[in-house]
Design a protein around this ligand. Structure first.
Ligand SMILES: Nc1ncnc2c1ncn2[C@@H]1O[C@H](COP(=O)(O)OP(=O)(O)O)[C@@H](O)[C@H]1O
Ligand SMILES: [Mg+2]
Length: 275
């Protein structure tokens, strides 16, 4: 079994609502005690219907929302309540790739600035020339031409922007990457290319990843282990093949039945990216 990287136990999250008419603040519990373990270098899937709490769980793991109960440990360290100043050096090691890279890439900055800025900020490159070398090398790895650095985000296609988002995360040399519904907006073959790229990178770099998706066919294309969420709880978990071959929860069976592919096709990802 892989060594633990990120372990969350008994996670509860409650969103505070805005003050009501009489100043009361009713709140909505969204996660009801979730346990999740991500090993070093492991790719874990988190699947469930919209509203089941996947994004909230992902944000809780990265300490982007407060938990009302439970514990989060990253690389052996309890980070549940450490102050933001102590989180900051860890943030480089825990990266996030967004569903809509357009929303997370500054439209007024060139790709050069978007990608070299964080390298200089985190001291991963000593000067602009070194940073640019690192950027070009990663752009090559994600199959984007080096000339991309002079472009602005809106000048790239959706699939290219997704690769910029992946490059930006990978450049930080993280241990963990959270990918929340990152391929949802892309057509199927662009999805497959992005997934294949991430899977390759995670192997090469020993990256651990959490893949959030409402789509089981995405999860089973890339994940080793899967958590199935429903209404803020984990209803089933296990190695992917096991869960897909014999789901024990009725809910997982219903999700599986909803997959458009009639049968599990292990070659799906490979064939989709042949062209
Ligand atoms: N900022 C927020 N404030 C209040 N409720 C929220 C907030 N974000 C999400 N929720 C609610 O929490 C529940 C889980 O949402 P979310 O974690 O986004 O689920 P998923 O990613 O699985 O679709 C939903 O009922 C949603 O309406
Ligand atoms: Mg979500």
């Amino acid at each position: 079994m892989d060594q633990n990287l990120l372990v969350a136990t008994g996670i509860k999250v409650t969103y505070a609502k805005h003050a009501g008419l009489f100043g009361s603040k009713p709140s909505t519990p969204v996660l009801h005690g979730v346990d999740i373990r991500i090993g070093k270098g492991q790719t874990v899937g988190i699947v469930g219907e919209s509203g089941s709490g996947k994004t909230t769980l992902g944000r809780a793991l990265l300490r982007l929302v407060d938990v009302s109960a439970g514990k989060i440990a990253f690389d052996g360290r309890n980070i549940t309540h450490i102050p933001e100043t102590e989180m900051r050096p860890l943030r480089r090691r825990m990266q996030m790739i967004f569903q809509d890279p357009m929303a997370s890439l500054n439209p007024r900055h060139t790709i050069r600035r978007i990608l070299t800025g964080p390298l200089l900020l985190h001291g991963l490159a000593g000067d602009a020339a070194t940073a640019l070398e690192q950027v070009k090398s990663v752009l090559d790895r994600v199959s984007l031409p080096a000339a991309c650095v002079e472009r602005y985000p809106h000048e790239l296609s959706g699939g290219q922007r997704q690769r910029i988002g992946i490059a930006r995360a990978v450049l930080m040399q993280p241990d963990f990457v959270l990918a929340d519904e990152i391929v949802s907006g892309l057509d199927v073959s662009t999805q497959a290319q992005a997934l294949k790229l991430l899977k390759g990178l995670s192997r090469e770099l020993g990256l651990a990843m959490a893949f959030i998706s409402h789509d089981l066919s995405v999860i089973r294309a890339v994940c080793d282990y899967v958590y199935v969420m429903r209404l803020g709880k984990v209803v089933e978990e296990g190695p992917c093949e096991q869960v897909f071959a014999s789901p024990s929860a009725a809910y997982t069976r219903a999700l599986l039945d909803a997959i458009p592919l009639p049968e599990y096709d292990p070659g799906w990802l490979e064939r989709r990216t042949e062209t």
